[in-house]
Design a protein around this ligand. Sequence first.
Ligand code: FES
Length: 362
Amino acid sequence: MESSAAARAGFHQLQVSEVDRLTDDSVAVTFAVPPELHESYRHLPGQHLALRRTGEQGEEIRRTYSICAPAAPAGEAPVLRVGIRLVDGGSFSTYALKELAVGDLVEVMEPMGRFSLTPRPGHFAAVVGGSGITPVLSMAATLLAREPEARFCLIRSDRTAASTMFLDEVADLKDRYPDRFQLVTVLSREEQQAGLPSGRLDRERLTGLLTALLPVDTIDGWFLCGPFGLVQGAEQALRGLGVDRGRIHQEIFHVDDGSAPAPAPAADAPAHATLTATLHGRSGSWPVERGETLLETVLRARADAPYACKGGVCGTCRAFVVGGEVRMDRNFALEPEETEAGYVLACQSHPATPDVELDFDR
Ligand code: FES
């Protein structure tokens, strides 16, 4: 039986129904969703799931993984399939690749995330690196199946063909939609044949590739997903080609590979600060301990506070600043419009005024 605290935090215990090996270092894991939870797990193409388990020292481990399956139409059962790639020293990914088996129960949060493409007519494009293919596979498959007037161009970068996730699924899209799905694969550690590009996909190479491939200025939406360096290079290439910021959507994986900027230095913080927060309709006020994030303050009193990565990447801890001011260490999840509207990532926020009020329900 799952606890009510788990359910309040949006977690439910789901049974693993399939584990498919994709490459030497990645798997796709499918969860069975009981009928009473179908609506809770209905996802938009591009959203992710946070998975939770208890580590060997009793610590709680949460990781987010994108859903690779297409979004199910209303009335059909949602398919919850995520792609997991082994990360060096990663406790959850190691467990998923080495131990997880059909029949196991896993705590799974309801789908989250605003990196999403709602099917509509138009021409869309994505630049992805490594496991960044996962949410984009769901977007492309959903779009092409539901919207006969839509086209999608996928530019993907990986190390070698053998390390490329979802090769078959992407090839299947190419077979099924030869006129509406365009695929370019760039392998950084492998010579390719027939004049296809190889080597690292940086800003300069992307600029040349994009202009040769696509009518860049008429693309309706760009979706960038992968390691920080690739996403940043792609965004710079697109901005350099005159693409409006509002048409570029991005999701970053692996910010701790050394390519991301260090957190902003701490400014003068108030000696004593109090946080008032509203969460799931209930409010409380607590002192903020020196150096802790506002998420940590809330978690001391409320186990149902939403979070997954604690690294400023997934956006699960998004909250609205109702009063006072906060300083964020870093932000790889919120769009500029969201920060301008007053949203922050609680896992990266510290008080900049003695009183701060957050609303997690907005
Ligand atoms: S928990 Fe992921 S951004 Fe805060």
